[in-house]
Write a protein that binds this ligand. Sequence first.
Ligand code: ADP
Length: 377
Amino acid sequence: MVFDFKEPVSLIIIEDEKVSAELLGHEVERSSLSVLRTAYAESLDAALDHLNEEKFDVMLLDLNLPDSEGLQTLIRVQHDYPDVAKVVITGEYDEELGLEALACGAEDYLVKGKFDVYVLSKSIAYAIERKRMAREQDSLIEELLKVNDELEDFAYIVSHDLKAPLRGITSLSEWLQADYGQKLDEAGREKICLLKKRVQRMHELIDAILQYSRIGRTENQQKLTNLNNVVSDAVDAVAAPENISVTVENEMPCIECDPTRIGQVFQNLIANAVKYMDKEKGWVKIKCESVEEYWKFSVGDNGCGIEQKDLNRIFQLFQRGSSNEEPGSTGIGLTLVKKIVELYGGRVSVDSRPAQGSTFFFTLPKQKSEVLSDAKF
Ligand code: ADP
């Protein structure tokens, strides 16, 4: 919605110099805005009293008041009245302060003596519109987070409940096999085996959904973590066979993260490198390099590689390489890797040549990485 100049506006002018305040009020009256009410306050305390009593759409705010100085004035009103749009009025030589005010939550700033009625009315309209858009955006994000929560709960509950009938089918097929196996011919016995395999596959897929939905449900255990230990634990957990050498090529950094989650990322990538190894002498190389404000990690192998057409698909839930016949492969590992890395504000990518090998890359921000959605992790 674009601001309609006919829309009635109520505003408060917070300015300690009486003449300046009256001049501003006069300019507002002359502007193309439809002013419903203009209130005046000469100090921060008086302004807070007004704001407490009535609802204003916008405030014109001088930062230097008898009872409050500079950005502190803005920070205080922003904290107590975040929903009121704010246009800061700075002194003639204080343009820099205006820019800082924008960073502290003001919608716009005007430099005293450097604006006319036209600029003033546009600035007020723009501030109100921006505030409205920010409010809409906040409520959309809130809704999105709620829907996401519900979806995760849904995935968890559904997959949990699906396991009960599945357990029943497993018992029945075992019972059929034990009690009637001898009465069936070879084809009948084969069909029961096939049935059991399909049920097992269904179990694995449900486990995969549970695992995926758990990422958003378990508590975030952020702490300063030495990734050398995390990687070494992941290598041990994978326990590669003797024909595959797994080496860490350089020193890993210490970062602020949840070691279990980042451990899962390494473990999935190393496990895949081992699982899809088709060479007699296999290698898996784990590396890390510093790229601007990110750490860039990689897990490379000389395994079977991935066909070009599969490269984008494999990060999606339940998607496996088209020629992948690996038993127990569910297509969840890389989806988990992607979800965890992106929650940390990083990216995943892959470089691969069929028959030659693959390298999976992922980045993590260097700065004390705040997890994007703390509550969700
Ligand atoms: P899963 O291994 O259970 O199938 P993933 O999500 O971990 O699930 O991997 C998706 C697909 O990507 C795999 O089915 C496989 O085809 C391919 N893939 C993953 N890692 C590698 C690798 N290191 N080498 C070759 N193919 C791989």
